[in-house]
Design a protein around this ligand. Structure first.
Ligand code: FAD
Ligand code: NAD
Length: 468
C-alpha cells in the first residue's frame, strides 16, 4: 500500500508510555492539537511489561507464601489451612486482565482529553516529519513540535543473548509454568523484585551480582533487612560474582565467584536484569543528530533536546528510569508547549524497591547529605517499637530522617519495612514543601499506623523520641 495523505498537527508524541501518554493527556487538556503514536498497546513498558505486571506477580507471590505458612503452621495467628496450590497460568491471566483494563483506561483518557492515539512505528524523516508504519500502510505526520518518549529496553549480555532459557523481565512476567530453578544475573531492582516473587512461589533462585552488595543504589543499612529475608527465603546470593555464559549443555549458568573460582548454577531459566538501555537507535532518529549523554538523549531542565522543537522525556533521557519521573516530565513539557512557564524544579524523585521488605528513599542518604551540609542530624526509628508493625508481624525495618544540623531542614527520608511504599507519599511531600524536623514532629500522625514511625524518626533527630 502506498503512502497515505499527510497529517499535520501541532504536537506529535512518539511513545505512549507513562511519559508520552501523560504528555498527550495534558496537551489535550490544554487544547493543543495532539497525536500520540505507539506500535504497542497504550501504557508503555510500565503498564504492559513493567511496574504493573511485576507488582501483580509480587502480590500473588506474597499471598501464596502466606498461605504456605498457614499450611505449615508457621504463623502464630491461630490460622491453619491445607497445602495451597499455585496455578501460575491463572495468575498470569489475572495479571493480563489488569493490564488490559489499564490499556483501555489510558486510551480512553487520551480520547477524553482530545488527543489522537495512532497505532504504528514512528520513523524520523527530518526534524518536523515522521513516517508512521503500521499494518495498514505508512502515514506521514508533520508536526510543529515533537516529543520523543520511546523509553527503554532490557540490556542484553553478549555472552548470554536472549532466547531459549535466557530471558528478560518481559518473558519472566509471562511464564506459564514455574521454573524449578532460576538463575538471575543482576541483583538490582528487577532481579530482586522478581527473584523474591519466584522464590515465594517455590522456585530455587540464585542471584549473581557483580558488585559487592545487592541494590548498589541504596546504602547497606537499608538493604540489610532485604538480604536477611532473601536468606530466609532460601535465595542464594553470589555478590562480587560474574556471569560468564551458558554451559555447553545449555542447562546451567557459568559464573566466576568472588574468590575467583568457577561455578556452575543449574537453571531452568536464566533471567538477565543488568539494566535498561534507551530506545534511541534504529528508527531514523540518527537522521536528526541530537546531542547524546552516552546513548541517552541529552536534555536541559525543560526537556529540550539540542534541536529546536524537539523534546525528549522519560527513560530515553537516562536515570532515574522511573515511571513517575517520566510522567512528571511529560506533564511539564505539555505545559511548556502551551506557553506556560515551567522548568524541572523538583526537590526529589522518590525511589521504591518493591522487595520484601520494601525500600523507600526520597532525597539524600546520610552519606549524600554530608556532602550537602557541614553537619547533619539523623533520626532512625525502628518498627520493633511500632504497634501497628507488630500487629502485622512486620517489625523488621525502620524510618530514617536526615536533616541539616543547623536549621533542621530535611534533606532525605528513607524507610525499609513491610508496606512502606505507601509512606513515600508523605516523604515526598515533606521534601517538596521544604519541611523542617519540627514540621514533621509537630504533625499529628494517626495511631496505630506505620506512619507514626516517620514522626518518631523526626522526634528522634530532635533528641526526644517518645516511644524509644
Ligand atoms: P516506556 O514505558 O518504555 O514507553 C515507551 C513507549 O514507546 C513504548 O510503548 C514503545 O512501544 C514506544 N515506542 C518506542 N519506539 C517507538 C517508535 N519508533 N514508534 C512508536 N512508538 C515507539 N518504574 C517505576 O517507577 N516503578 C516500578 O515499580 C517499576 N517497575 C518496573 C518493573 C519492570 C520489570 C521494568 C522493566 C520496569 C519498571 N519500571 C518501574 C520502570 C518503568 O517501566 C519505566 O521507567 C517507564 O515505563 C518509562 O516510561 P517511558 O514513557 O519513558 O517509556
Ligand atoms: P538495575 O540497574 O536496578 O540493576 C542492575 C544490577 O545488575 C546492578 O546491581 C548491577 O551491579 C548488576 N550488574 C550489571 N552488570 C552485571 C553483570 N554482568 N553481572 C552481574 N551483575 C551485573 O537494573 P534492572 O534491575 O535491570 O532495572 C532497570 C531499570 O528499571 C532500573 O534502573 C529502574 O530504573 C527500573 N525499575 C524500577 C523499579 C522500581 O522503581 N521499583 C523496578 C524495576 C525496574
Amino acid at each position: 500500500m502506498g503512502p497515505m495523505k499527510e497529517l499535520t498537527t501541532k504536537l506529535l508524541v512518539i511513545g505512549a508510555g507513562p511519559g508520552g501518554y501523560v504528555c498527550g493527556i495534558r496537551a489535550g487538556q490544554l487544547g493543543i492539537d495532539t497525536i500520540v503514536v505507539d506500535f504497542q498497546r497504550a501504557g508503555g513498558t510500565c503498564l504492559n511489561v513493567g511496574c504493573i505486571p511485576s507488582k501483580a506477580l509480587i502480590h500473588a507471590a506474597e499471598e501464596f507464601e502466606k498461605a504456605m505458612h498457614f499450611s505449615k503452621g508457621d504463623l502464630p495467628l491461630g490460622i491453619t489451612t491445607s497445602a495451597p496450590k499455585l496455578e501460575l497460568k491463572q495468575t498470569i491471566h489475572w495479571k493480563d486482565t489488569i493490564v488490559t483494563r489499564l490499556n483501555n483506561g489510558v486510551a480512553g483518557l487520551l480520547k477524553k482529553a482530545g488527543a489522537t492515539l495512532i497505532e504504528g512505528r514512528a520513523h524520523f524523516k527530518d526534524g518536523k516529519t515522521v513516517a508512521v508504519e503500521s499494518e495498514t500502510g505508512t502515514q506521514i505526520i508533520r508536526a510543529e513540535t515533537i516529543v520523543i518518549a520511546t523509553g527503554s529496553a532490557p540490556v542484553e549480555l553478549p555472552f548470554l543473548p536472549f532466547g531459549g532459557r535466557v530471558i528478560s523481565s518481559t518473558e519472566a512476567l509471562a511464564l506459564e509454568s514455574l521454573p524449578k530453578t532460576l538463575a538471575i544475573v543482576g541483583g538490582g531492582y528487577i532481579g530482586l523484585e522478581l527473584g523474591m516473587a519466584f522464590a515465594k512461589f517455590g522456585t530455587k533462585v540464585t542471584v549473581v551480582e557483580a558488585e559487592q552488595k545487592i541494590l548498589p543504589l541504596y546504602d547497606a543499612e537499608l538493604t540489610r533487612p532485604v538480604t536477611r529475608r532473601l536468606d530466609k527465603l532460601g535465595v542464594k546470593l553470589l555478590t562480587g560474582a560474574k556471569a560468564k555464559g551458558l554451559s555447553t549443555k545449555g542447562d546451567a549458568l557459568l559464573v566466576t565467584t568472588a574468590d575467583g573460582k568457577d561455578d556452575k548454577i543449574a537453571a531452568d531459566k536464566i533471567l538477565v536484569t543488568v539494566g535498561r538501555k534507551p530506545v534511541s537507535e534504529g528508527w531514523g532518529i540518527e537522521e536528526i543528530d541530537l546531542d547524546r549523554n552516552g546513548r541517552f538523549i541529552r536534555v536541559d531542565d525543560q526537556c529540550r533536546t539540542s534541536m529546536r522543537g524537539i523534546y525528549a522525556i522519560g527513560d530515553v533521557t537516562g536515570e532515574p528510569m522511573l515511571a513517575h519521573r517520566a510522567m512528571a516530565q511529560g506533564e511539564m513539557v505539555a505545559e511548556l508547549i502551551a506557553g506556560h512557564k515551567r522548568s524541572w524544579d523538583k526537590r526529589a524523585i522518590p525511589a521504591i524497591c518493591f522487595t520484601d521488605p520494601e525500600i523507600v528513599s526520597v532525597g539524600a542518604s546520610p552519606e549524600e547529605a554530608k556532602k550537602l551540609s557541614p553537619e547533619v542530624k539523623v533520626g532512625l526509628f525502628p518498627f520493633t517499637a511500632n504497634g501497628r508493625a507488630m500487629t502485622k508481624i512486620g517489625e523488621e525495618g525502620f524510618v530514617r530522617v536526615v536533616a541539616r544540623a543547623d536549621n533542621h531542614l530535611v534533606l532525605g527520608i528513607q524507610a525499609v519495612g513491610q508496606g512502606v511504599s505507601e509512606l513515600s507519599t508523605a516523604f515526598g511531600l515533606a521534601l517538596e514543601m521544604g519541611a523542617r524536623l519540627e514540621d514533621i514532629a509537630g504533625t499529628i500522625h494517626a495511631h496505630p499506623t506505620q506512619g507514626e514511625g516517620f514522626q518518631e524518626a523526626a522526634l528522634k533527630a530532635l533528641g526526644h523520641a517518645l516511644h524509644i
